[in-house]
Design a protein around this ligand. Sequence first.
Ligand code: BGC
Length: 762
Amino acid sequence: MNNDNLRFQVRQLSLDNDDLMLNETLFHNANGYLGVRSNFEEGYPDGYLSIRGQYINGFYDFAEMKQAEKLYGLVEEKQTMLNVADTQGIKLYINGEEFSMFDGEVVESSRTLDMGRGWSMREVLWRSPEKHEVRITVKRMASFHLLPLFTIEYEVESVNFDGELRLVSTHIGNVQNYFNPNDPRVAGETFQYILPVSAEFVGETSLLVSNTSKSGLQVASAVRHECSKAGQESRFIEDGTAIYEWKTELAPGEKATLVKYTVLSDSIRSASCRDEALKLMERVSAIGLNRLYEEQEKYLTEYWENCAVNIYGDDELSMAVYFNLYQLIQSVGKDAYSNIAAKGLSGEGYEGHYFWDTEMYMMPFFSLTNPEIAKSLIRYRHNILDQARDHARLMGHARGALYPWRTIMGKECSGYFPSGSAQYHINGDIAYAIITYYLLTKDTELMLECGAEILFETARLWLDAGHEHKGKFHIHNVTGPDEYTCLVNNNYYTNVLAQYHLQWASKFYHLLQEQDSGAFSKVIGKIGLTEAEIAAFREAAERMYLPYDEELDINPQDDSFLSKKKWDIAGTPKDKFPLLLHYHPLYLYRHQVCKQPDTVLAHFILEDAQKLSTIRNSFNYYEKITTHDSSLSTCIFSIMASKLGLHDKAYEYFGESSKLDLFNTHKNTKDGIHAANLGGTYMAIVYGFGGLRVKEQGLFIAPALPDLWEGYDFKIRFEDSLIQIVVRRGAFEVLLLKGTTKEIHIYGEKHTLKDRLQVELK
Ligand code: BGC
C-alpha cells in the first residue's frame, strides 16, 4: 500500500464559488453517524453560495410533498435529512483585523484530506491588509472511535505579527437546509425544520437542544473549547447562539491553538439526548485530542488492511480508488437506524434518502471486506420491514412487503411514482444482497435473526404483483433500474431477479429448517408462511417469463422496448445532457434510450441465466443507446466489458467511474458525493478486472490486467478466510492469508487453495 496515495491535496485554493462548493463536499468529514461539510469556519462574503451543513445519518423531519392530483396512495409527505446545527464557526481577528480568504492576501493555501489518519486540513499563509502575516492551520475530524464526535483544531502561528489575537467561536442551533427550486435532485423549497428549544452553558460546555417541526424528534449539540495558552475567555448566549471568545497575545514565531469539540446526540438513539450529549462530552474531555487522533489512525489502519485495493503503476487512479473507498467508510451507517444515503453525509442531494444503491452498489464492498457492517445494513432493512408491509398494503397487495424506493425511516418518499415506487425490483435487490452476504459468510444466525423474514416477506410480494398468463409468470407495470423507461410489462431485470429471489426463498426454507428447526419455526410462525406458499414460489420461478428476441439474440429490456423509436444520442447536442433536465419524461419514455444499465446489469448479477452470445449481443445493443446520465452506469459497463474481453473499453469506463467525484465530471459533486458509484468503482476492479463472482457453487475469479497497469491487488473475506489476489503481468497469485483451505474456481476450473496458488494470467 502506497501511503502517499492516501493524501489527497489541493494547493492554492480557488475562490471561485463553484470550486468552493465542490471542496465543501470533497473535504467533508463524516463517520457514518455524522457528517460535516467542509465550509470555511469564517464563512464567505455576502453573495457567495454555500451549502453549510452538519448532518446526522437517519435523523429527519417530515416535509410536505404536494401532489397536484389527489390520487389514492400517492405520497404526500416525505422525510428529509436535516442540517442539525452549525458548530463550524470560528472567526479570527489579529489586532482587530478580521481574517478572510477574500481580503488581504492569501500567500499560500492548501487543503489536504489524509485518509490514513482520518482528518482534513486547511493551511493558509495570510497577509492582512495591514501586512501582518499569520499561518493558519485548521484540522478537522469526524471520529470513528466516538461516532457522535467532530473536532476542529484551529492553530494560528505568527510570522511577523505582534499583538492581540482574538478567536470568536459560534455554536448555532437556528439552521436551515439548502434548497434549489431548479434542480429536482435537491430540495426545492426551504422550511424551518429545526426549532430551537434551549440554549445554555453547563459549566464550560454550550448545549443547544432543538425539536423537529413534525417528526417528533429531538437533537442536542454540545460544544466545548480548549485553548493552548493563557488569555481571557468568555462564554455567553446571544439570540440562541452560544458564543465563546478567547483573547490572547501572540508574538512572531509563536503559536496559539483552539480545539473545538462538538458532540451530537439524537432522540432516535437516546432517551435523553441532552443528558447523553453532556455525558459524551465528559468522556471526550477525559480522552483528549491526541488519543482521539491515535484512535482514528488505528481504526483506519485496520480498515485499509482489510479493504485496500492497490493499483501498481498509476498513482492518480490509485488515489482516486482510495478516495472512493474512504468515502464509503465515511458514509455507511453503523447501526440499525441508518443506512447509506445516495450522497453519504456529504451534502443534501437526494435529501439523505437511501435507495437500492446500497444493496446493489455498496453492500458488495462491505460484504466482501467488512461483513459486520453488511450485517448492520441488513438489520436496518429489517428495522423498517413493518413500514414495507404497510407500503405493500397501500400499493394494493394483501400479503408480503414492498420496500420503499427511497426513504430514511421506512416510509416511501418518492413523489413521482413512475420512476419511484414502481421500481419493485428493490425487493429483489435487497434479497440479492442478503443472499450474497449469506453465500460469503454462511451466517445462518443472521438469516434466522432477520434475513429470512425479509427474504420471505418480499418474495411473497411477487406472487401478488405478477400473474400467470398463457402458462408463464408475468410482472406488469413496473419500472426497472433504467429511469428513462417507465411502467412497462416484464422488465427483464425485474423478472430474472424475482425468479432468483423466489428460488432462493424456497432454498432457504429447507436449508434453515435443516440447520435449526426450532429457530426456523419461530420465523415462519411469526409470518404464517406455509409449504403451499413455498411451492407457489417455486412454480412462479419456474414459469417466470424472460423477454428474449431470437432475431437479435438479446434480452429486450421489456415487452415493448424494441418497438420504440431509437434515440439519436450522437445527434443530441452536448448541452442537452443529462436528458432528464431537458426533456419531458413522457418524451423520453417513447424512445429506446437508457439512463443507466438495466438488462446489462441483470446480465452481470445473474450471468448464468443466459448464454454468452445473448449477453454479448445485449451489451453491444444497449451500449449504443445508453447516455450514462446516472452515475450508476459506467461502473457496470466496465464490469461487463471486462467479462466480454473488451479490455480497453473496460478501462475507459472504469476511468470515468473512478474519477467521477474527485474530478467532478458530472458537475454536481457540490451537492454531495455519488456514493453508489464509489462502490461501483470497487466492483469494477474486483468483479470487473478480477472477474470475481460469488455463487452457490463457491468463489470464482478470472483476473485480467489492463495494459496500462503494472498490476493490482485486493483482499476479500470468504467464510472464515481472508484471501488476497495479487495480479502482475504474466501471472497472478491467490494467497490464503487467514482461515482454512478453500475451493476456488479460477478461469472456470476448480483449484484447492491451501496457502498460495500461482496461475498464469489469461
Ligand atoms: C438513478 C437511480 C438511483 C438514484 C440515487 C438516480 O439518478 O437513476 O438508479 O437510485 O439516482 O442515486
